[in-house]
Design a protein around this ligand. Structure first.
Ligand code: ATP
Length: 457
């Protein structure tokens, strides 16, 4: 793993998230709830875009994948069979003086990091949240909030196979909430107790699993890079064979250079036939695959890429964050990939006069059906540009009195602050083309370049 210094501090990300409405502490007016977060107006747009980018790459653009959505509450026998009931634990220690609790494998020394006190011996703490199903609160009605989405795919393996008539290899993908009663939370949304996952189980013929593991490792790294993560901020950490989880043949973490250092963003596991065999044995149902080519029945092996939405969103924010000098001030720019940017276009009329407002609002309405668009007519144009830069809006459209005459508007891009003036009739098509990667200075008919790579005055 390369030694590097993080490019942004967590304080800057937290402060921007707070200031601009990306993420707030949960139940903040009551002092917050530890390990829980709320997404604000921009945060939810960013989160939906991250999920959509994953769904496009993993499901929509592939022939060998289907999606599902399974319930958070599952039969308790699921967690018995999967091994979570017994083994989904972290080692817990408690300080004998201040009684704070810590995850033993996260401590550098065998003493309390808060007060230096002596620690108890380790005990295994199960991370699953318990609740009751139905109106009677007794032990026989105890159920668990799922700690991962993966089991929803395994218990539906046969349903999907029967209804979609898939041939190996194929995958089942799901996005949804998971819950873990983490011993300690922290580093903002990196480790929380309620979070969202995007997981995929890829079912393959035994013997081809190693090849598919390599394939998915590559695919997943490429997905991050394609969406704005710097390649040298990603690394792969191979788990030692001796320390692998009960179900795994091989595990790699894809790690990212977060502000607090290199940490897991995504886990890739070769789960063999463990889960399907466990569920087949516990439920008495046949969970295998009939191979029409070799005329054999067998239980497929599974490769699983599992990523946290919140953790990847945090990584996208960290790598998007840049500061550059801007006269006496600093220009903060979130250089989000256009597909992830929470707002794609801002419509900025140069005056609040009614005729211009009406004209600008019509443009706004014509764009917002397909592109998330903001309308802003407050303060100077310079301030409005800076506000959009700080939330990562790739394109600002200024509407001036000349626009009323020539039916053209000025489009300004975020990164180099270049400007082109183009016919309104070409606006939507042009912005969509730029978002898809077209050179910004390539003009539609009737367009002209107004400003290239100069600082704004
Ligand atoms: P860690 O070692 O950090 O506790 P893990 O190895 O238990 O994580 P997995 O079970 O592999 O995590 O979960 C898959 C992905 O789900 C992780 O890579 C991470 O992105 C996300 N994830 C897991 N736990 C949390 C959490 N408490 N908060 C936010 N995201 C999480």
């Amino acid at each position: 793993m390369s030694e590097q210094t993080p490019t942004v501090t967590m304080e800057k990300i937290v402060s921007l998230s707070r200031r601009r409405g990306f993420v707030f502490p949960s139940s903040e007016i009551y002092g917050g709830l530890s390990g829980c977060w709320d997404y604000g107006p921009l945060g939810i747009e960013l989160k939906r875009n991250v999920k959509q980018a994953w769904w496009s790459a993993m499901v929509q653009e592939r022939d060998d994948m289907v999606g599902i959505e399974t319930s958070i509450l599952m039969h308790p026998k699921v967690w018995m069979a999967s091994g979570h009931f017994k083994s989904f634990t972290d080692p817990l220690v408690e300080c004998k003086s201040c009684h704070q609790r810590f995850r033993a494998d996260h401590l550098a020394e065998n003493k309390c990091p808060a007060c230096g006190g002596e620690l108890t011996a380790e005990r295994q703490f199960n991370l699953m949240f318990k609740t009751f199903i139905g109106p009677v609160e007794d032990g026989s009605n105890t159920i668990y909030l799922r700690p991962e989405t993966a089991q929803g795919m395994f218990v539906n393996f046969d349903n999907v196979l029967q209804t979609t008539r898939r041939k190996l290899p194929f995958g089942i993908a799901q996005q949804g909430k998971s819950f873990r009663n983490e011993i300690t939370t922290g580093n903002f949304i990196f480790r929380s107790r309620e979070f969202e996952q995007m997981e995929m189980e890829y079912f393959v013929k035994p013997g081809t699993d190693e090849k598919w593991f390599e394939y998915w490792l590559n695919e997943r790294i490429n997905w991050y890079v394609k969406h704005g993560i710097k390649r040298d901020h990603l690394s792969v950490l191979e788990h030692e064979k001796a320390k692998l989880a009960h179900y795994a043949k091989r595990v790699c973490d894809i790690t990212f250079l977060y502000p607090m250092g290199w940490e897991e963003i995504e886990g890739l596991a070769s789960r063999t036939d463990f889960d399907l065999k466990q569920h087949a044995a516990a439920s008495g149902k046949v969970l295998d695959y009939y191979d029409e080519v070799t005329k054999e029945h067998y239980v497929p092996y599974v490769i699983e890429p599992a990523v946290g939405v919140d953790r990847s969103l945090l990584a996208f924010m960290c790598d998007a964050y840049t500061e550059e000098p801007d006269k006496e001030e600093t220009r903060i720019v979130m250089r989000f990939h256009p597909s992830l940017a929470p707002v794609k276009v801002a419509i900025l009329p140069l005056s609040k006069k009614e005729n211009l407002s009406n004209f600008a609002r019509d443009i706004y309405k014509s764009l917002r059906t397909t592109l998330t668009t903001q309308y802003d007519d407050t303060q100077s144009i310079g301030r409005r540009y800076r506000r959009q830069d700080e939330i990562g809006t790739p394109y600002c459209v200024t509407v001036d009195f000349q626009s009323l005459e020539d039916n053209r508007v000025t489009v300004r891009e975020r990164d180099l602050m270049q400007q082109i003036r183009i016919p309104i009739a070409e606006l939507k098509k042009t912005i969509e083309a730029k978002m898809a990667g077209e050179d910004f200075l390539k003009l539609p008919a009737g367009g002209e370049v107004v400003q290239t790579k100069t600082k704004e005055g």
